[in-house]
Design a binder for this molecule. Structure first.
Ligand code: CAA
Length: 261
């Protein structure tokens, strides 16, 4: 696909997807979401891509939310529900991709931007970033999963505090409450994200996918069912050539050469 609103680059086994509408702080309009969806299909199917980084163009914003021009034009409740369900489906696709997605939050991550980051596997934030769910200020509520993923990450009380007040919080506060996983100086954000992505990309991609699946599935089910699921995914990992290579390499005291088989 010929992307107009995002930039997709590949560096060895790592792909970087950059939201590229800096004049509107990388707000997510319809076309951008279509392109994000297509990029997930493309990168998900590319065996050379083992890990994906999402970030925003410019120094100011990761993504400042859904495009408010489009929100203003929604004619009725049914269209609004469809708008949200469609966006949610794209974030589910990304969340369930069989490769990790790292959010490198380089600035504002608001509304749909915060929701996008929360659907990623790991969140790194620049110390200058600010996060929040300000939809309430627009007379609407989060629609790309924010009312659900936020309490799962930070607890019900803190989620309600953010969603009902519409307040933004700085990166350090987001780290304290568990909304992001690491805060780094802004100038080092992409280096840190690449370093982490390369580390993950060097592991066996099948094992990485099985581990991601287990955490995702387990977070939404009871412990007994989740452990049964883990056992099945562990079993799949034991059936791979990468298991033979990883365990043999350890015993031979050499680095493993994983093949994703
Ligand atoms: N949609 C459309 N345009 C946006 C935008 C958005 N989400 N966020 C910013 N912009 C535009 C502004 O309108 C402005 O455009 P002009 O230059 O043409 O005036 C440009 O980006 C720069 O923004 P500001 O001048 O406002 O920059 P600032 O530094 O003064 O403020 C900000 C930055 C605090 C992030 C402010 O832009 C802001 O509050 N943005 C809106 C954030 C928001 O409410 N996001 C939630 C959207 S709803 C949603 O996402 C629903 C959902 O769950 C899916």
């Amino acid at each position: 696909m010929d992307y107009q609103n995002i930039i997709v680059t590949r560096e060895e086994n790592v792909a970087v997807v950059t939201f590229n509408r800096p004049k509107v702080l990388n707000a997510l309009n319809h076309e951008t979401m279509v392109e994000l969806s297509a990029a997930m299909d493309e990168l998900g199917a590319d065996p050379n891509v083992h890990c994906i980084i999402l970030t925003g163009a410019g120094e100011k914003a990761f993504v400042a939310g859904a495009d408010i021009n489009e929100l203003r034009a929604i004619p009725d409740a049914a269209t609004g529900a469809g708008f949200a369900a469609w966006g949610q489906a794209i974030l589910f696709k990304m969340e369930n991709l069989q490769k990790p997605v790292i959010a490198a939050i380089n600035g504002y991550a608001l509304g749909g931007g915060c929701e996008l980051a929360m659907a990623c596997d790991i969140r790194l934030a620049a110390d200058t970033a600010r996060l929040g769910q300000p939809e309430i200020n627009l007379g609407i509520i989060p629609g790309y999963g924010g009312t659900q993923r936020l309490p799962r990450l930070v607890g019900k009380g803190r989620a309600k505090l953010l969603i009902l007040s519409g307040d933004m919080i700085p990166a350090q506060e987001a780290l304290r409450i568990g909304l992001v996983d690491m805060v780094v100086p802004a100038a080092e954000l992409m280096d840190k994200a690449r370093e982490l992505a390369r580390k993950i990309a060097s592991k066996g991609p099948l094992a990485v996918a099985y581990a991601k699946n287990c955490v995702n599935v387990g977070a939404e089910t009871d412990l007994v069912t989740a452990c049964a699921y883990e056992a099945s995914q562990f079993g799949l990992s034991c059936g791979t050539a990468d298991r033979t290579e990883g365990t043999t390499a350890f015993l031979e005291k050499r680095p493993a050469q994983f093949k994703g088989k």
